[in-house]
Design a protein around this ligand. Structure first.
Ligand SMILES: NC(=O)c1ccc[n+]([C@@H]2O[C@H](COP(=O)([O-])OP(=O)(O)OC[C@H]3O[C@@H](n4cnc5c(N)ncnc54)[C@H](O)[C@@H]3O)[C@@H](O)[C@H]2O)c1
Length: 315
């Protein structure tokens, strides 16, 4: 029991954090989830809440973190993550990316823990390079309507590299590209669950713009497998990795897939294009693939089907 490794997961009650908490409990790690429940829910811990390896600390990471005992690994995921939510909580988003990142980095420094930041493809903004590899610096509007999120992630990445260079903290940054799947809140506002929510509620699916804009959507199981490998492999200190599925799909294709798997004949409505909504997003994942052999296994049709089943069971 004493030799078990301990991981602290901020944002642990959220979509990705709770799936990661389950994975680490399964792998026989002690898991400490830290969350202020702004978008997450303790219902996501149903399968592990009684495990002796699991504990939850209800706390805002924008405040200093004092956690007793040894910690081997810190995964900093706490952030508003849905475009609907980060626009609603603009200041809190910037706090989680700045203060939250400093507090978790200070904890990593104190505990001599490996540190992973969950960053985002949004650091590339509306990219001018396809596909985006980790060396691309991005095309971000620093004062635009999504800037509180994009810049909070860019600042967080700079803070991680500063702690890595100044204090030798063993860090990894992952840039996630549109993850979807079970445990994502159905009213979260992100595209896959929003289309499914509308289809289940029998309301027309709404697309901003002409539907030709693309996203690369990665199923949660593939994302968790990638994060597991990135945290368990030696030699990744100071590295940055794209994590996503390069299989680019238009929003119109996604809408049609959701209609097919929900067996609905609903209309698709086209709304005006949103400001700063990127036209194309596609990760270059060759770096991670070359170093670990990882590549996504779940195709969009299969992933959407599994996600619809999950939501139907929840309802
Ligand atoms: N899901 C994606 O497609 C995606 C893509 C790119 C990056 N990310 C990043 O991955 C991480 C997890 O995203 P998610 O999709 O699971 O979102 P989520 O909203 O489901 O989870 C975020 C969690 O962080 C918690 N949280 C927010 N602010 C906090 C604070 N100040 N203190 C403590 N807890 C706080 C929320 O309550 C929630 O449980 C985020 O950092 C997000 O930016 C996600």
């Amino acid at each position: 029991m004493k030799n078990k490794k301990t991981v602290l997961i901020t944002g642990g009650a959220g979509f990705i954090g709770s799936n990661l908490s389950e994975k680490f409990v399964e792998e026989d790690w002690n898991v400490i989830a830290v969350d202020n429940s702004i978008t997450g829910t303790i219902k996501n811990f149903e399968s592990i809440k009684n495990s002796p390896n699991f504990s939850l600390i209800e706390k805002d990471v924008s405040l200093p973190l004092k956690i007793p005992g040894k910690i081997d690994l810190i995964l900093h995921l706490a952030s508003l993550a849905s475009p609907v939510k980060y626009v609603e909580y603009q200041i809190e988003t910037l706090w989680a990316g700045s203060l939250g990142t400093f507090h978790t980095l200070d904890l990593a420094k104190e505990k001599n823990a490996v540190y992973l930041l969950s960053s985002s493809s949004e650091v590339y903004g509306d990219p001018k390079v396809y596909p985006q590899n980790e060396d691309y610096w991005g095309n971000v509007n620093p004062i635009g309507p999504r800037s509180m999120y994009d810049e909070s992630k860019r600042f967080a990445e700079a803070a991680v590299m500063a702690y890595h260079r100044s204090y030798n903290v063993d860090t990894r940054i992952i840039r996630l590209f549109n993850v979807y799947g079970p445990k994502m809140k159905i009213d979260d506002g992100r595209v896959v669950c929003e289309f499914i929510r509308r289809a289940i509620n029998k309301s027309p699916i709404q697309i901003y713009g002409d539907g030709k804009q693309t996203r690369s959507l990665c199923y949660i199981k593939d994302t968790i497998d990638a994060i597991w490998l990135i945290t368990q492999t030696n030699g990744f200190n100071g590295e940055v990795f794209n994590v996503g599925n390069p299989d680019e799909k238009t929003m119109l294709e996604l809408a049609k897939l959701v209609l097919k798997h929900t067996e609905s004949k609903l209309k698709i409505e086209f709304l005006p294009k949103r400001t700063d909504d990127p036209q194309r997003r596609c990760p270059d994942i060759s770096k991670l693939h070359k170093l670990t052999g990882w590549s996504p296994k779940v195709n969009l049709s299969e992933g959407v089907k599994k996600t619809i089943e999950y939501y139907k069971n929840q309802l």
